[in-house]
Design a protein. Structure first.
Length: 372
């Protein structure tokens, strides 16, 4: 039984779905992936997974680029002839669900949050949103199509938008609870935001809250860390110059990239993600697995993950003052941080473990394969 993953970014496949692909192979499936170029290091991690190159260009509106991408996918379907395809992300779902129907192939479509088009108030996003919603209904609203979403709000929206599809709620891609472990930390009290440097991740609110905190607690020995790279293909990327200015003002420290997030969280007191909207934020799953309390927002994805006062605190979206107050509450009461961190670790093990999530998705594969 041949399964083809279609993913818009090779690095995303490695960071979020590689373990699932290997587990799927162990369950007896032949697995391939169609995506952008892998780095040499990432290529070595594929370990038996067939690899097809597709020139996805995120954020592109060029008809020539998109036609070329669709043609690449058409050739892969024709030559590889998968029994079913798992499309991960909006663009792969829009393109490959239609191709799958053309070839009589079952499609599974993971909508990992609705991204820039559905979160942003920019003109481009507002113009595109009705067209993308229409295209989703056209491609996915069929009884032989499976759709997987990551949070309860997206599930409710898709129930209305795509009433005919087979809809499943699976909480993200999970977290490796054996790689992300609690580490006793006795250093400087540190708030850390791990994410792509996008405005929609609440980066500005984090910096504003840090400024408020320092003004209110001038003698406090506290660090505020931003960890992550800007995303040149996303219209909401935070410019390098802005990030450098914040560092020069000594409001925050910024580290552009690291492959060792576990070590970052090992020297963190509280994980913060004031995001406007998520699917299921992997950075917070990793923070919870590391036994850290979480400060986030009442936004979709984040809202599912955190119980206010149990494993973290939640504040309204785009509210820097509320964010500052929640962060200060953590700083002033380390005992509650310890309790919330322990609760988060327990939830990561019992609900969000990668093994649990992978099993849920593989069960969907098996159910579909039995009908083929």
């Amino acid at each position: 039984m041949k399964l083809l993953y279609v993913v818009a970014r090779a690095e995303y496949f490695v960071s979020h779905r590689l373990d699932l692909a290997h587990a799927t192979m162990k369950s007896g499936f032949e697995v391939a992936v169609a995506t952008t170029n892998f780095s040499q290091t990432d290529s070595e991690k594929l370990n038996g997974i067939h690899n097809f190159l597709v020139g996805f260009k995120r954020g592109s509106l060029s008809p020539f680029t998109e036609i070329k991408t669709i043609f690449d996918l058409f050739k892969i379907f024709k030559n590889y002839r998968p029994n079913f395809v798992h499309n991960i992300g909006l663009k792969p779902a829009l393109y490959c669900a239609a191709l799958a129907r053309l070839y009589g192939v079952s499609s599974i479509n993971s909508i990992n949050g609705f991204g820039y088009i559905f979160t942003s108030n920019q003109l481009k996003a507002r113009v595109l949103k009705p067209f993308v919603s229409f295209a989703l209904r056209l491609a996915l609203n069929h009884s032989d199509v499976t759709v997987i979403v990551q949070n309860s709000d997206d599930y409710n929206d898709c129930s209305l938008l795509l009433p005919k599809c087979n809809l499943h709620l699976v909480a993200g891609s999970g977290v490796d609870v054996n790689a992300f472990l609690p580490r006793p930390y006795k250093g400087v009290f540190t708030f850390t935001l791990v994410a792509r440097m996008l405005w929609s991740k609440g980066v500005k609110e984090f910096v504003e809250a840090a400024r408020l905190f320092k003004n209110d607690n001038p003698n406090a020995n506290v660090r505020f860390l931003l960890v992550g790279s800007p995303d040149s293909e996303n219209p909401e990327t935070v410019p390098y110059g802005v990030l450098q200015n914040w560092c020069n003002e000594k409001i925050v420290e910024w580290y552009e990239h690291t492959d060792d997030i576990a070590s970052v969280y090992g020297s963190t007191s509280v994980a913060v993600l004031p995001s406007y909207r998520e699917g299921m934020p992997k950075s917070l799953l990793e923070a919870m697995a590391c036994g850290l309390p979480v400060v986030t927002t009442f936004s979709r994805g984040c809202d599912d993950l955190v119980q206010d006062g149990v494993n973290g605190f939640k504040v309204p979206v785009k509210d820097s003052v509320a964010l500052f107050k929640a962060m200060q509450k953590c700083y002033l009461d380390t005992s509650i941080c310890h309790v919330m961190g322990g609760n988060g670790r327990q939830k990561a093990e019992n609900v969000y473990s990668m093994n649990i999530i992978n099993r849920q998705i593989i069960d969907i594969y098996i159910k579909i394969s039995r009908k083929l």
